[in-house]
Each structure stands twice: as C-alpha cells, then as structure tokens.
Ligand binder design. Structure first.
Ligand code: FAD
Ligand code: FMN
Length: 751
C-alpha cells in the first residue's frame, strides 16, 4: 500500500511506523514542512493509562519514550498564598522534541521515508497514493481543502494563552493562580525533563488587554511574565519558542474521512491543554487506524471502522475538555470566593472524571481534610455540633434554611403522580411521600400542587384550593413528621398554557380530547401548534392568581408544611412570564428581563408575606430554555439575584421544558453547571437536580461548592430508600425507625 502522511507530528510519525512495522512492503512517506529538529512548544504530558496502549503497539518506541520521562504523582494548586497538594494522579511529561526525535528515528529504522522542509499546498502530487493521512495539525490544510466533506466546526475560545518554558523544575503538575492589578492569571506548569518545565499562561482577553499584551512582541511578553511571576520562579528564567498569544480552537469534524483521505490527531479534534490529552489522542488515533487497516485491508472499510471506534472515545474526552476549559475561563467566579479546600475540589473535579470517591482512593488524606473542612462549615451554617470522627461524607452534613434544619443534603424532587381526585391527595400520595421520608432523604418536596382547579396540568394533579385539601395534606405531613426526621415542602404552581393536558402515561403535554378548561398564560401562544390558545392574562387575572397563591400558602401553613417552593420553571404559568419565548407582552410585565420577572416576583412577595418568617421558601427556575431566542443565562442569574434580594432562601436550578422544540443536552449531572454558576454569580444557595445517580456525585457536587443540596427525582422513583442505601455503602450509620431496627443485623446483597 502507498501511504502519504501530510505532517510529521506525533500522529503522522506514529501511524507511519506502526504501519511499516506491520508490513515492511508498505511504501510510506511522511511529508513535514519543518526541519527535523524544529518544534514549537516544550513538553507534553501523558497519563499512565495512555502508555499502556503505546507499550502494546510498539515496545521499542515505548521503552525509549519512558526512559525520558519526568514522572510525578502530585497536583499542586497555588491559591492565595497556600499550596494544596493532591497525590496519586500518575502522570509523566517529556520534551516534545525528544518525542519527535524518537518517533523519527524509529520511522527511519523501519524504512519510512521522511521528507522535511516540504510545505504541502496542493494534494495533486499524492493523487496516486492509496491512503492520505491528514496529520497536519490544528490548522490542517487538508481539512480545509475538503472542508465540504469533513464539515469542520471550529470553536475559538475567548481566553488568551501563551506556551512558554522555564528552567524551574516544578515538582508536580502545578496550577498557579495569581492576581495582579490587571486581573487573574492562571498557569498550567509541569516538568518534562530533569531541568525544564512547560509553563502555559492563560487569562481572559480583558485582563490581557489591560496588561497591554495585545501590543507586546515575544520578548515583551517574556519580560512581562518574568516580572509577574518573579516570586514564584525564584530567579529562574522563562523561555520562548514561537511564544505567541493564541486563542484555543476546539476542533470537531462532521466526518473524519473522505475517499482515501483520513483525519487524525489535532486535524480531526482538539482537547484543551488543561486536560493534557492532545498527544495522547494523536497516538491513540494512530494505533486505532493502523489496527483498522490491518483488520480490514480495504481502505474504505478500514476508515469507517477507525472512525466508528475512535469517535465515541474522542467525543467523551472532548466533553470533559469542554467542562475543563470553561472552568478555567470562569476561574474569576471561584477565585477569592471559595475557600482553599473547596477551590481545590472544584478544580480537581471540574471535568467530572475525577470525583470525591476516586480522589479518596488516590489520596485519602486530602479527601479527609476536605471532608473535615466541609463538616466544620456545615456546623457553622447549621448551628449543629457534629461529633462524628472522622468527619461525615459531605452528603451527611446538616444544612439550615431559616429555622428548618435538614439532617443531610439529599432531597426528593417534586414529581407529579397524576393520582388525585379534584386536587385531593390520597393513599397513593401518603405511601409515595411517606416511604421516601422513611427512606432517609432530609427533605421531601411534594409534587407540583396547583392553586386552583383551572391551574392544574391534568385532572389527576394535586391542588391546594379547597378545605378538603388541607385535611388530606395534613395527614401526609403529620405522617412524615411522626415517622421520620425528614422535613416536607409543598411546591405551589399554576400550569398556565401547559394545563388541561393528559396524564404523563397517556401522553404528557398533549391536550385533553374533551372536558378541557380555559387556559391562560403570559401571552396568547399555544404550547403545541395544535394546543389550546391560552388567554393573555390581564391585570384582573394577575390579581386573582396572586390571591390564589396566597390562599394556598396559608392552607399549606395550616397543613403543617415546613417549606414552600414556588414553581417558576418548566414553562408553567409563572415561568411563562420569564421566558422571552412565551412572553411577548408589551406592558410592564414583558420586554426586558426585569419586566418579565416582575409578576413572578410579585407573587413571590405576596406569598412570602403570609408564609411564617421561620419557614424557608425556595423557587424552582429553568436556567435555560435550550432553544434559540430563549432565556439568556445572564438573565437567569439576574433573576436568581433578585429572588435573593426578595427573601428567597434557596433556588432549585432546573432547565428547559418551556417549548416543545427545545434541544436539551441530557447526561450525567446535566444541570449542575447551571447551579454552580448561579450559586457563584447570584450568591444564593442552590439545589441542583438532574441526572444525579450516585452518592459519589452528591459528595463531589457538595465538596466542590456546586450546590448546597442535591435533588433526585427518578433516582427516588427507582429507590425510595436511596439515602439509606448510600449511607450503607459509605459505612455511615443512619438511624432506622424503631419498627425496622432489626435490619441492622441483615447484610444486603444485590448480586
Ligand atoms: C499550548 C498547548 C499545550 C499543549 N500541551 C499538551 C500537553 O501537555 N500534552 C499533550 O499531550 N498535548 C498537548 N498539546 C497538544 C499537542 O501539541 C497536540 O495535540 C499534538 O501534538 C497533536 O499531534 P498531531 O500530530 O495531530 O499534530 P501536530 O503535533 O500539530 O503535528 C502536525 C505537523 O504537521 C506539520 N504540518 C502542518 N501543515 C503542514 C503542511 N501543509 N505541510 C507539511 N507539514 C505540515 C506541522 O509542522 C506539524 O509538525 C498542547 C497544545 C498546545 C497548543
Ligand atoms: C414523573 C415525574 C414527575 C415530575 N413532576 C415534577 C413536578 O411536579 N415538579 C417539578 O418541579 N418537577 C417535576 N419533575 C421533574 C423532576 O423534579 C426533576 O427536575 C427532573 O426529573 C430531573 O431530575 P432527575 O434526573 O433526578 O430525574 C418530574 C419528573 C418526573 C420523572
């Protein structure tokens, strides 16, 4: 087979040597525009896991690569005068130049032809090749040439970074945060041989401009950085090597192959330098492609198999890289606000790949320090003295909202059961909510309960609009209080334009075929094109509905609820005012974000005024509509800030369900980043909900300060005793009700 690699970086060289090794009859040429010993940048990082693949693919180059390794286990975080160290991370660095030297030598030894100083501008010269490898890096000319087939998407990230070297031999993978009069600077530094380290400096464009670096040449950049980090560098110098300020491009491609041309390495995909995986991906691509060709022989089949094999892994890593780069872009949000242990947890768990549990395996001392710090904060916040030694896992620390004390941080999410008779909850609700309270969650939020008959979603929804409702709810509240230490909240709502629909299992959000009642909303826009057109509320409607919320709050007090949650999410009546997709009003309640927030805040104030001061109130919001033209995230933050100013104690951060054409990005903890941002930027406690499935997630979220409480919906449908089971798994003693005390002598098995 005749193979040409355009580009002699790690991907091109490694693929070529693997192919030549598998069959010396292959005719392989690597065309590289630089000289053999030219390179940009300094060192590259590998994790131990990558190297296992490399060892298996070619023992010779692996042996040589590892002989040059600077190996380290620690991550050092320099933050506000402290250095926090977390160990057990298993990384190795080496010089990029040495890596290329080894791969070039190995290629030459096996008979790969290497042509240096040849800049490929036209692919016509390689028309007779059986396979053309586009290994020409992030600015790939081959990708550009066939752009309509590869369909590249390039997302230029806003931060500025520069890749420098230093003679300071960093003992660990080092993240350094430094504030100057211009703003916050982040350094990613690691040693790559006995005496040299990579030193990548990153900052926001505003800080960069304020520091005048938009006007600086390479030498001025170097001089500026040496002055800024004089103390940290302890007399060591910084070194340049085409050290220009850049923006990081996240590269993705709709397809990685076109005819006999295939993208590998940075030409196909990039992953931000903060997760140090670019070279790893390039080498793994090379291994996968070589393997596919060996297996399939025929080029078209092999390229399809390569893409199918690699794409999911690359996309998984790119998702992690995205969260990681966003963390660094938003570091101002955490810097100075989070205390050192929480800042370190937020940084270490930023991409969700590292969690509280696996950090505990790597470095038990670090995690117990974090847990101790978290517990002491919880003691102060809740005014409860914890006697446990060692400190409890974060999920089993108390939390206070006004005079309501929660024993732990797990909450049962409100979930409609569609099983009420004219709004009255019955035995199903008693058992449903009662068993979840006995199951160990500290707070149980009863389902969306409507303030009027017309405010219901379905005929089966619960309500709080007639005296029988107080009696029926009180029975449930009293049971929860008598049978468990759990607190119970009621979620008050009005369905708005999403009312008069079928029960979930009969077709959620689908209009009733008969017996529908008239609907109202912020504007006269139906949910589905074929749904009932709601009436746009006039001032008299607004007064009446506000009065219904107030009456329902009074009834909730009578029933003994510990907390109220106002439902301003998921496109129901109050949320319909917030979203620009559902609010087209031209009066004082539409238009700007402030005006759209006015009616929901008015209802909040009216309810807060009658709800006992000792009892807290939360508000559930949709922080994004997942749809074009929808709520801007800055508006969601501003709304959360206004809620705090109006006396809201905690915000439940949900998303979407505003419009049927939404495009949500579901996944593990998919809404937690919104909670993290609202908690940081609006400075209000948050509950996070959505895709939380493990106690490890709960501990990680809490320790990193991404939320104050963790809310599980479907997890609690699956397992009402979710908190009890999490306690068992963590060796935490959660008291059982007396009736169940003998369970202590039982050892559960699920296999
Ligand atoms: C600031 C920064 C820090 C990084 N840190 C790390 C890290 O710590 N760890 C890590 O693993 N990765 C890191 N990377 C990423 C890493 O450098 C790349 O992901 C990796 O080198 C990709 O390998 P590649 O072979 O696909 O591309 P490259 O290494 O970019 O190689 C492409 C080659 O093609 C050549 N070429 C391009 N166009 C032509 C042409 N028209 N004709 C001929 N030749 C051409 C180039 O000269 C180059 O030699 C970092 C990247 C940056 C920007
Ligand atoms: C059956 C069901 C009913 C729901 N009813 C409500 C509700 O009444 N009020 C509400 O705010 N959210 C409701 N939700 C949304 C959940 O509270 C939660 O926000 C969402 O399911 C994401 O959490 P999860 O991933 O833990 O399930 C409901 C979800 C389900 C599955």
């Amino acid at each position: 087979m005749r193979i040409v690699s355009i580009g002699g970086g790690p991907a091109g060289l490694y693929f070529s040597l693997l192919m030549k090794k598998s069959d010396p009859a292959h005719d392989i040429t690597v065309v590289e525009r630089n000289r053999a010993d030219d390179t940009f940048g300094f060192g590259v990082v590998f994790s131990d896991a990558t190297l296992e693949h490399v060892a298996a693919a070619d023992r010779e180059s692996h042996a040589e690569i590892t002989s040059y390794f600077a190996h380290w286990d620690d991550i050092d975080i320099h933050y506000r005068g402290e250095v926090l160290t977390s160990t057990g991370h298993g990384f190795a660095g080496m010089s990029r130049q040495v890596l290329l030297d080894i791969l070039q030598r190995r290629c030459a030894e096996l008979g790969v032809r290497l042509e240096f100083q040849k800049d490929v501008t036209d692919l016509a010269a390689y028309a007779d090749a059986d396979l053309v490898l586009a290994a020409d890096g992030v600015n790939s000319v081959v990708r550009a040439r066939y752009a309509e087939h590869f369909r590249p998407q390039i997302d230029w990230r806003p931060n500025k970074f520069v890749w420098l070297g230093t003679t300071f031999p960093y003992p660990a993978f080092t993240f350094l945060f430094k504030e100057s009069e211009h703003g916050l600077w982040r350094v990613h530094a690691y040693r790559y041989d006995a005496s040299m380290s990579t030193f990548i400096l990153e900052t926001t464009e505003e800080t960069w401009r304020r520091a005048g670096l938009d006007q600086a040449d390479e030498d001025q950049t170097l001089a500026f950085c040496e002055r800024l980090f004089a103390e940290e560098l302890q007399g060591h110098r910084l070194l340049k090597n085409r050290s220009l300020w850049r923006n990081f491009p996240t590269v993705k491609n709709g397809s990685w192959r076109y005819r006999n041309v295939v993208l590998v390495g940075d030409a196909a995909h990039t992953a931000h330098f903060s997760i140090g995986s670019g070279t790893k991906l390039a080498l793994e691509d090379a291994i996968a492609l070589a393997r596919a060709l060996q297996r399939h022989g025929e080029v078209a089949k092999a390229l399809a198999a390569y893409e199918e094999d690699r794409r999911p892994e690359v996309e998984r890593l790119q998702r992690a890289a995205q969260v990681s780069l966003e963390w660094f872009e938003d570091a101002e949000r955490y810097h100075g606000r989070l205390e050192p242990p929480q800042f370190a947890m937020s940084l270490l768990t930023r991409s969700l790949r590292v969690t509280h549990d696996n950090l505990k395996l790597r470095d038990p001392g670090f995690v117990s320090e974090v847990d101790r710090w978290f517990a002491s904060r919880a003691e102060r916040q809740s005014r409860v003295t914890l006697r446990a030694v060692p400190a409890p896992p974060p999920m089993f620390t108390p939390f206070r909202l006004r005079e309501m004390l929660l024993d732990n941080r797990v909450v049962v999410s409100p979930m409609c059961q569609y099983s009420a008779e004219d709004g009255t909850p019955g035995d199903w609700h008693l058992v449903n909510l009662g068993s979840r309270a006995v199951g160990g969650a500290a707070l149980v939020i009863a389902e969306m309960t409507d303030v009027s008959r017309e405010g219901r979603i379905t005929r089966g929804c619960t309500g709080m609009y007639k005296p029988e409702h107080v009696v029926a709810w009180k029975r449930i509240v009293d049971f929860v209080h008598a049978a468990s230490p759990a607190r119970i909240a009621l979620q008050l709502a009005h369905a708005g334009r999403k009312g008069a629909t079928r029960r979930l299992w009969e077709g959620g959000d689908e209009p009733l075929a008969d017996g529908a009642w008239p609907l109202m909303s912020a504007s006269a826009i139906p949910y589905h094109p074929y749904s009932q057109v709601p009436r746009a509320m006039d001032r008299a409607d607004m007064d009446r509905v506000r009065g219904e919320f107030v009456a329902a709050a009074r009834m909730a007090q009578e029933a003994g609820f510990d907390m109220l949650e106002l439902h301003v999410a998921h496109g129901y009546l109050l949320a319909s005012f917030i979203s620009p997709l559902t609010n087209l009003r031209t009066d004082d309640y539409g238009g700007s974000a402030d005006k759209r927030a006015r009616y929901p805040l008015e209802v909040f104030d009216a309810v807060r005024a009658v709800w006992p001061p000792a009892r807290p109130m939360s508000v559930k919001i949709s922080a994004t509509d997942w749809a074009e033209g929808g709520l801007d995230f800055a508006e969601a933050v501003a709304f959360a800030r206004r809620l705090r100013e109006h006396g809201c104690d905690i915000v439940t951060v949900s998303t979407g369900q505003t419009v049927p054409h939404q495009k949500p990005e579901y996944g593990r903890l998919y809404q937690t980043p919104f909670s993290d941002r609202i908690r940081g930027e609006a400075e209000i406690p948050t509950m996070t909900v959505g895709g939380i499935a493990s106690y490890d997630d709960v501990n990680s979220i809490l320790a990193a300060g991404r939320a104050d409480l963790c809310v599980l919906a479907r997890g609690h449908l699956y397992d009402p005793y979710w908190t009890r089971h999490a306690a068992y798994e963590q060796g935490w003693d959660l008291p059982w009700p007396d009736q169940y005390a003998s369970v202590k002598s039982f050892t559960p098995r699920h296999d």
